[in-house]
Design a protein around this ligand. Structure first.
Ligand code: ATP
Length: 378
């Protein structure tokens, strides 16, 4: 078993010249045995610092790190039984690629034939068979990264920590290796924490994604829930390409309908999104009062261009579109308010006025002040 617990973890970098940097702020997370967790966020949000604290390269200012229930804050990296592939965690130049990969296993005292078997497996997995007899300085950055990943994968460690493990690889190879590496880690029941700023990588590899902003954990959930059930505006707008449409709206209860009157804060422009009471789950809006201002979110992919009916009250036109190879990003003007949609290739751009529908199950709402979720789908 190898369960990791991060309890109220804090890291403050003290500065002699300017303000101290709060790199990680009250971070709580449980990682179950065999779980793969991605730390995802933009540059400087504290991902690497969190990983380095788990590895033991960085001390914690406050809080606890537990491995299988035992506090490990005081242990050196070498005493924590973690395998790592970190940028700058260099390969040994005097050893060949294959010696680099098997080096950690020799210390694990397993038989020579088992070592060879394990090393062969990851060499094939990561497509580095042709360079096994070469030395690290003579191979490319992408090859070095795969060797470093191979060296970490073969180890029989309690935790596997990876920092941007595929950042140097070209997109096609990265896509193939992601799937294989995920299968391998699942098969070997590895407990993994990896850092990435690439949401595709996080979604493809992880069982759970921890989205971070300025040292705070904004949400920890499965890739599906992070996308479909964002808990706050930050996560809603950070995940997804193009990002979620975020709109200010007034909630209006009128007769047997629920209306969200979307408005532009700087102009008097408005349009309505209207639902009949019997088409939605009213219990999800029981805490919103009439005329309350809220923040609405709808993903561009969820805007429906094919429906015969429309729940939009407003003049709706396409003003721009870009074909991106497999989908079309569309700029929609509704009573002078801009919304982004994603349409199929055969979408008819020539029509002056078009019908679109905002499906109730894809509509998200957030408190306008706290930015915390009110509902994910109605
Ligand atoms: P990136 O994706 O760019 O690597 P990150 O999310 O991994 O970013 P961290 O490297 O964890 O972010 O840094 C978090 C914050 O802590 C940043 O503001 C960074 O400048 C600061 N920081 C990191 N290491 C140190 C250090 N040794 N001394 C002072 N500040 C530091």
């Amino acid at each position: 078993m190898s369960k990791v617990e991060l309890i109220k973890l804090n890291k403050v970098f003290e500065s002699k010249i300017g303000e101290d940097v709060i790199a990680v702020n009250n971070f709580n997370m449980n990682i179950e045995h065999g779980e793969i967790v991605a730390l995802l966020g933009s540059s400087g949000c504290g991902k690497t610092t969190t990983l380095r604290m788990i590895a033991g390269f960085e001390t914690c200012t406050d809080g606890e790190i537990k491995l299988d229930g035992e506090k490990i804050n005081h242990l050196k990296p070498s005493q924590r039984n973690v395998a790592m592939a970190f940028e700058g965690y260099a390969l040994y130049p005097p050893l060949t690629v294959s010696e680099n990969i098997s080096f950690g296993l020799i210390r694990e005292k397993i038989s020579k034939s088992d070592i060879n078997k394990k090393v062969d497996e990851v060499i094939n997995l990561l497509e580095i068979k042709d360079i096994v007899d070469r030395y690290p300085p003579t191979i490319s950055a992408g090859q070095q990264q795969r060797v470093s990943l191979a060296r970490a994968l073969v180890r029989n460690s309690k935790i596997l920590l990876l920092d941007e493990p595929m950042s140097q690889l070209e997109p096609q190879l990265r896509a193939v290796l992601r799937a294989r590496v995920k299968d391998y880690m699942q098969h070997m029941k590895k407990t993994v924490v990896f850092v990435t700023h690439d949401q595709t990588e996080a979604i493809a590899l992880a069982d759970k994604i921890a989205v971070m902003e300025l040292g705070d954990l904004k949400q920890l959930a499965s890739p599906y829930d992070i996308s479909a059930k964002p808990e706050n505006v930050f996560v809603a707008s950070f995940i997804g390409e193009p990002p979620m449409n975020i709109l200010k709206a007034e909630y209006i209860k009128k007769e047997n309908n629920v209306i969200f009157k979307v408005f532009n804060e700087n102009t008097s422009d408005t349009f309505n999104i209207k639902f009949s009471d019997n088409s939605i789950d009213l219990s999800k809006i029981k805490n919103i009062i009439n005329n309350q201002i809220i923040t609405l979110g709808i993903r561009p992919h969820k805007i429906d261009f094919t429906s015969n009916s429309s729940n939009i009250e407003g003049n709706t036109k396409i003003f721009t579109s870009h074909w991106l190879g497999d989908q079309m990003h569309v700029g929609i003007n509704i009573n002078n308010i801009t919304v982004i949609g994603v349409a199929e290739r055969d979408f008819n751009l020539k029509s002056d006025s078009i019908k679109i529908n905002f499906p109730s199950e894809s509509l998200n709402a957030f408190d306008k002040d706290t930015e915390e979720v009110i509902f994910n789908g109605l």
